[in-house]
Design a protein around this ligand. Structure first.
Ligand SMILES: Cc1ncc(COP(=O)(O)O)c(C=O)c1O
Length: 398
């Protein structure tokens, strides 16, 4: 009954872990969920107001398949203002979340056997989407010693005649790794030698960076790559709009057109009301975004500090996004009070959930073990309490 392609992919591990946490909570268990990739802040009032207004105006019908002209213009203005990128409206694609935009791009460009370079650790969906598009994900491990960043020589080695894309996610989910302008320049130098390789720059965490770090994106750093770069972004993380489902990308017109054809035969346009809200998010006041980053920074610092006191856990301070990617290598082989040996990072996160009610996602889901990802999209109190419980769970191992 089911197609073989379904057997080749797996459900998103972070969504599965979040779902499990919600179910346990609903059953009355005391659960702290540090799984989900979303900020706990509400969507700003002026954005919600724009949605109400869109409904009152009866902006409740089909729109252009890949976005209203108002939203495309707002996206062009954002790219100009924040990234120094000069996209025209017909070089913009708007979809139901950055997720759909990335999916469309891979589906529109990959032939069977085409390769996609995915630096690991990576966002769970890149590899499965590549497989769905009949491509081959080529995972390139990025060592913690290099802050989980792709090195130019490793990129060079991974490129073959079948390579179609490099997916570059900065700040990175799950590691928080954020590429400097110089680091991007060095990767761009490799790509300039391989004109058949395109770059998908996933900048969805652009605004969540710390310690005075200056965000840069590859098409801006190396304008010669513009004609083969898709710059992906969205309103989910920056404006706390995960449920509104609006993501967008700038890229060459032919690619954008192909993505629109695909979208016209799947979901058609994203919600007209969400698009109006996204216009307001992108064109309205921006100051609060920075304020929120300060709040994330406080949570990050608390999480890193407490986790590093947990026996067997170690982590560094991420440069961006709202995750800590912590090593549990020293835990491997230890035994729970019930005598079970913890052999994988999945064993560890299941133990922590069982023993202390803290939900995390295991590193294997992101292509790197033995690690776990902790999201500090939750409140400071929850993050602190969650980390204390993790430490307590580690102390009970022998
Ligand atoms: C790295 C990365 N890219 C893209 C997305 C997609 O976000 P959305 O579809 O909500 O725009 C996510 C969401 O978790 C993400 O972590």
């Amino acid at each position: 009954m089911l197609a073989s392609r379904i057997g080749r992919i797996k459900p998103s591990a972070s969504s599965t872990a979040a779902q499990r946490a919600r179910e346990l909570k609903a059953q009355g268990h005391d659960i702290i969920s540090l799984t989900q990739g979303e900020p706990d802040f509400p969507t700003p009032e002026h954005v919600k107001e724009a949605a109400y207004e869109a409904m009152r105006r009866d902006d409740t019908r089909y729109t252009n398949v890949d976005g209203t002209i108002e939203l495309k213009e707002a996206v062009c203005a954002k790219f100009r203002r924040e990234n120094g990128l000069a996209y025209a409206p017909d070089e913009i694609s708007v979809g139901t979340g950055g997720k759909q935009v990335i999916y469309n791009a891979l589906m529109a460009t990959l032939d069977p056997g085409d390769e996609v370079i995915v630096p690991a650790p990576y966002w769970v969906s890149y590899t499965d989407m590549t497989v769905l598009a009949e491509g081959v994900p080529v995972e390139v491990p990025c060592a913690p010693g290099h802050k989980f960043k792709l090195l130019p020589e490793d990129l060079e080695r991974a490129i073959t005649p079948r390579t179609r894309w490099l997916i570059l996610n900065s700040p990175n989910n799950p590691s928080g790794a954020t590429y400097t302008r110089e680091e991007l320049k060095a990767l761009a130098a490799v790509l300039l030698r391989h004109p058949h390789v395109w770059v998908l720059a996933d900048d969805i965490y652009e605004h969540i960076i710390y310690d005075g770090f200056e965000f840069a994106t590859i098409a801006e750093v190396e304008p010669q790559l513009c004609e083969r770069t898709l710059t992906v972004n969205g309103v989910s993380k920056a404006y706390s709009m995960t449920g509104w489902r609006i993501g967008y990308a700038g890229g060459p017109k032919a690619l954008i057109g192909a993505m629109a054809v695909l979208q016209s035969q799947s979901t058609n346009n994203p919600s007209s009301i969400s698009q109006a809200a996204a216009v307001s998010a992108l064109t309205g006041p921006q100051e609060y975004v920075k304020g929120r980053t300060e709040i994330f920074r406080e949570r990050r610092d608390a999480a890193v500090k407490i986790l590093n006191t947990a026996p067997g856990i170690s982590c560094s301070s991420p440069e961006g996004a709202f995750y800590v990617f912590a090593s549990c290598a020293q835990i491997m082989g230890r035994r729970t009070p019930q005598g079970q040996a913890l052999r994988t990072d999945e064993d560890f996160v299941l133990y922590v959930l069982d023993a202390e009610g803290v939900a995390l996602v295991h590193g294997a889901a992101y292509g790197m073990s033995p690690y776990f990802r902790l999201s500090y999209g939750a409140s400071l109190d929850e993050v602190k309490e969650g980390c204390r419980r993790i430490a307590r769970a580690c102390e009970r191992l022998s």
